[in-house]
Design a protein around this ligand. Structure first.
Ligand code: GLN
Length: 198
């Protein structure tokens, strides 16, 4: 299977390693031509404002949006989730989103770098026990549309002492997103789910 990994900024190398170990042939996507043969695309974590800017300057934004709108499978992790979402809260005013999944996300919604954390989550439809999830300046999903499935959520106590259940893995048709970094914990089950979607 030919799977693209958006390689403009962020942790694309670790996604490359996980997908290679799963026997796929990852293509690092840096320009519009790289989209031609792919059957799915991973958008990695990193800095969504930078990825957003580079998506536009590289000319990848328009053809990628068109392919995703036409059913290309997409897997966005952390900053990648932000980029694939419909609404970005606390983004930069010039930040673009691909609007591929009907969710609103707040950048850095769990707090700053020092508030990064790891926890174990259960994931609907994935067997084999809980999954370790690393949240690094992660986005908070604030709203989900009616056709979005929530595959996992965490109960989180915010600095104002309110505790809320926050969706951390969502899927809508061809699009899978998670607010953490599945590529760094040695657990490939979410990548396998994405390959099933592809
Ligand atoms: N806070 C980052 C952003 O807004 C995302 C962090 C990450 O991908 N680990 O882009």
């Amino acid at each position: 299977m030919k799977i693209g990994i958006l390689a403009l900024q962020g942790d694309f190398i670790n996604h490359f390693k996980v997908l290679s170990q799963l026997g796929v042939d990852p293509i690092l996507v840096k320009s519009p031509q790289d989209l031609a043969a792919i059957e799915g695309i991973v958008i990695p974590g990193g800095e969504s404002t930078t990825i957003s800017k580079l998506l536009v300057s590289s000319g990848v934004y328009d053809p990628l949006k068109e392919r995703l709108d036409n059913g290309l499978a997409g897997f966005g992790t952390c900053a990648g989730m932000i980029i694939l979402s419909r609404v970005i809260l606390d983004g930069r005013s010039d930040q673009v989103a691909l609007s591929s999944i009907d969710i609103s996300v707040r950048r850095n919604g769990f707090g700053r770098q020092v508030a990064s954390f790891e926890t174990d989550i259960d994931v609907a439809g994935i067997s084999g026990g809980s999954m370790r999830a690393a949240f690094i300046r992660a986005p908070v999903v604030e709203e989900v549309g009616s056709s979005v499935e929530i595959l996992s959520d965490v109960s989180y106590r915010f600095p104002d002492s309110s505790t809320r259940k926050v969706p951390v893995i969502c899927r809508e048709r061809n699009i899978l997103v998670c607010s953490f970094h599945p590529e760094i914990v040695g657990d490939d089950r979410l990548h396998r789910l994405f390959l099933d979607i592809c």
